[in-house]
Design a protein around this ligand. Structure first.
Ligand SMILES: *Cc1c(COP(=O)(O)O)cnc(C)c1O
Length: 353
């Protein structure tokens, strides 16, 4: 792939800001280069020093976990930073466009709007799968990004692998972004393993879900090293704070926690679905490969408000394309799921179905 043709020229040619810590890489010495406070921080001592701008120590760990190379990894302040940077490096208002497949994660559309980039929606099928023929027909000479979320939010299911491959095989004049925020909960392999086959592939993952680190804000993009270099060139120099880097490193050493969480959440999901199946007000429980389920209810709006009244917060997706009367429920602790089931049962006993 001739990357230069699909990256905006002002980005391709950009001379990035060179930070003090870019220019000297060692750990030891007398540091008089970055105008830091030599006395410390008033908190833990190391916070007075600027952090590693390229977060090599975390990348070393992630490369091992995800079985890829360190130079195929970009780390951002949440996945949203990667989404925004991707749009900014590939799209311009007057001659580029983006394809998304609703119902899906809302940030692609918001980020396109912030950057004033035209966006075309190709809805999923009624089975919540990619409408491949429609997507291929929609692609034109302006298309630079296609966002595919798998497992998809808010529907919870994986997209058919053959469909994604079909799109990757046909579209080579821009980038295909596969958002795998929930891949750790599914039993399918990640598309990170396909990077060498598809130079236009970009995979997004996050530590916010299975890894339990939503508050630290660490999103990952996996792509060809040429694309990663462009990310690094246009990101704010110190986009991942030193405290986040340290906390993430410790968390990644504890791989037992993630595996145990996933295992337990799968069990909890199974029990929650089993209970829901017995409730008359439940119309459909959609198949989920994630840590949440989308459920179609009779009188969903009323149920949603009733749950809030009892301090159970779910996500009402009733107004989203193809999700009428549906609520997205995150899998919680056993006790939390039991509370939820109890309240739903009471709701439908009080309100005859
Ligand atoms: C939660 C989520 C993310 C993660 O966002 P972060 O900014 O990394 O917390 C990305 N994509 C989808 C589809 C999500 O649901």
């Amino acid at each position: 792939m001739d990357y230069k043709k699909y990256i905006l020229p002002h980005i391709w040619n950009l001379k990035p800001y060179s930070s003090a810590r870019d220019e000297f890489k060692g750990n030891e010495g007398i540091f008089l280069d970055a105008n830091e406070n030599p006395f410390g921080s008033g908190s833990v001592e190391y916070y007075n020093r600027y952090p590693d701008p390229l977060q090599w120590k975390i990348k070393e760990q992630i490369a091992q976990i995800k079985k890829c190379s360190e130079d195929e990894i970009f780390l951002g302040n949440g996945s949203d930073e990667a989404i925004d940077l991707l749009i900014r490096m590939t799209c311009t208002s007057d001659s580029s466009s983006i394809i998304v497949c609703p119902p899906t994660y809302g940030m692609y559309e918001v980020s396109a709007a912030i950057n004033n980039i035209p966006l075309t929606k190709v809805n999923l099928t009624t089975e919540y799968q990619l409408n491949v023929d429609s997507i291929l027909k929609t692609i034109d000479s302006t298309t630079r990004l296609i966002f595919i979320c798998s497992p998809n939010n808010p529907t919870g299911n994986l997209m058919n692998r053959e469909d994604i491959i079909k799109i990757l095989d046909s579209f080579k004049t821009g980038f295909v972004v596969i958002d795998e925020a929930y891949i750790d909960f599914s039993d399918q392999p990640s598309f990170v393993q396909e990077l060498s086959k598809f130079p236009q592939l970009i995979v997004l993952q996050t530590l916010s879900k299975a890894y339990g680190l939503a508050s630290l804000r660490l999103g990952m993009a996996f792509a060809n090293p040429t694309i990663i270099k462009l990310f690094n060139k246009i990101k704010p120099p110190y986009n991942i704070s030193g405290s986040t880097q340290n906390l993430v490193r410790t968390a990644l050493e504890n791989n037992h926690f993630v595996a145990e969480s996933i295992k337990q959440l799968k069990i909890n999901k199974y029990h929650l679905i089993t209970e829901l199946k017995h409730i008359i007000g439940v119309s459909t429980i959609f198949h989920s490969d994630a840590n949440f389920i989308l459920v179609k209810f009779i009188r969903a709006h009323e149920l949603f408000n009733y749950l809030i009244l009892h301090k159970i917060i779910t996500r009402n997706r009733s107004n989203v394309a193809l999700c009428n009367d549906s609520i997205r429920i995150t899998i919680g602790l056993e006790s939390e799921n039991k509370e939820l089931i109890d309240k739903i049962k009471i709701f439908y006993t009080k309100n005859d179905v």
